[in-house]
Design a binder for this molecule. Structure first.
Ligand SMILES: C[S@@+](CC[C@H](N)C(=O)[O-])C[C@H]1O[C@@H](n2cnc3c(N)ncnc32)[C@H](O)[C@@H]1O
Length: 330
């Protein structure tokens, strides 16, 4: 397959071979894709050359692929300290991969639940413009500081001014409730949306192992006490309705043929296992007549800790994957 970007490719800057790889229905989360320090790029290159000489290029590539993937699975890179203060973030590298698949350089990427600014950092590294909306000042400040630490030009702006800043090449943060901020963005003004919404009020569940560990370290276990925080809504149905309103607005601001990726995981609440990814997919399809589900990619998270949940009395699964729900505005 050609290594050139196909002249009729209007979506991204990938050659057909790279695009093909990205269509595989599962990805290993880049959280686990860090090479250990001893296995640096030079060593890999030397090893690869030696393999090529002794084994032939094709066999060498297959062996390298196996070696790298088995090493990659072993360890997650540590999250930076600022990012780790937030209880539910995603990996910049996974988001960068999505951004490179669904946009071209210079295009605009929106995250209506920006948290610590992971999407904006990923947009900056991929030479795209990120717009992030975040309700809670503490997380907005973490995002701002992380962008500053990475020497990324960023501004905090009102929704109505956002495109002016974006045109000047800055990453833009909006401190607001996504429900109102989205109304300030013009129709069809965004090329791609990638986000991870709150998981209802599940972070407030008492006794959850990860929450216990975070409490032990003095870290927050939920986003905020704000009544506008979607993660504080009591009823699951009401929560899904509010989420639907925001995704309806996403459908309006996304350009025609543009894509939206929503990253979610299923969860347990009491005795009930919620197929959250299915509920969110249904809500989104109903939220805007032109948003259509195009596929699901499973994001395998091998680096998460395994807990002996339920053992030896009952089966309780360790949820070690997320879903990337992929929609297109038709
Ligand atoms: C799953 S987290 C996103 C984390 C982000 N992906 C990251 O890597 O840092 C969801 C975020 O939505 C924010 N949020 C909750 N309700 C909101 C609302 N009404 N408008 C905007 N943001 C909201 C929370 O404060 C939280 O930071």
């Amino acid at each position: 397959m050609s290594e050139e970007v196909h002249p009729r490719n209007r979506l991204n800057e990938l050659c057909n071979r790279q695009w093909l790889i990205e269509t595989k229905s599962f990805w290993r989360s880049a959280d686990v894709a860090a090479l250990p320090e001893w296995l640096d790029a030079d060593l890999l290159e030397q090893f690869s050359l030696w393999l090529g000489e002794t084994q032939g290029q094709e066999r060498a590539e297959a062996m390298m692929g196996q070696l790298v993937s088995s090493v990659m699975e072993s360890k997650a890179p540590p999250r930076d300290k600022l990012k780790a203060t937030h209880p539910a973030t995603f990996s910049e590298r996974d988001i960068e991969r999505l951004i490179r698949l669904f946009t071209k350089s210079g295009q605009i990427v929106l995250d209506p639940f920006a948290g610590t600014g992971s999407t904006l950092l990923a947009a900056a590294t991929s030479d795209r413009i990120g717009i992030g909306i975040e309700l809670i000042e503490e997380w907005l400040e973490v995002a701002r500081q992380r962008l500053e630490a990475a020497s990324v030009s960023a501004r905090v702006a009102e929704a109505t001014d956002v495109l002016t800043h974006a045109e000047m090449g800055a990453q833009v943060l909006i401190h607001a409730d996504a429900r109102s901020a989205m109304e300030g963005l013009p129709e069809g003004s965004v090329d791609f949306i990638v986000t991870s919404p709150p998981y209802w009020n599940i972070l407030r569940k008492k006794g959850e192992k990860v929450a216990q560990e975070r409490t032990g370290k003095g870290l927050p276990t939920h986003y905020s006490e704000s009544e506008h925080d979607l993660g504080n809504i009591e009823s699951y149905e009401e929560f899904l309705t509010e989420l639907g309103d925001i995704f309806g607005e996403c459908g309006r601001v996304l350009r025609e043929r543009g894509y939206m990726c929503v990253i979610v995981s299923d969860f347990r609440h009491g005795k009930q296992f919620h197929l959250y990814h299915a509920d969110v997919a249904n809500v989104i399809e109903q939220s805007h007549p032109d948003l259509q589900l195009k596929g699901l990619t499973v994001l395998v998270q091998d680096s998460k800790g395994l807990y002996p949940l339920g053992i030896p009395y009952a089966f309780v699964s360790n949820i070690h994957h997320q879903y990337v729900l992929i929609f297109q505005r038709m």
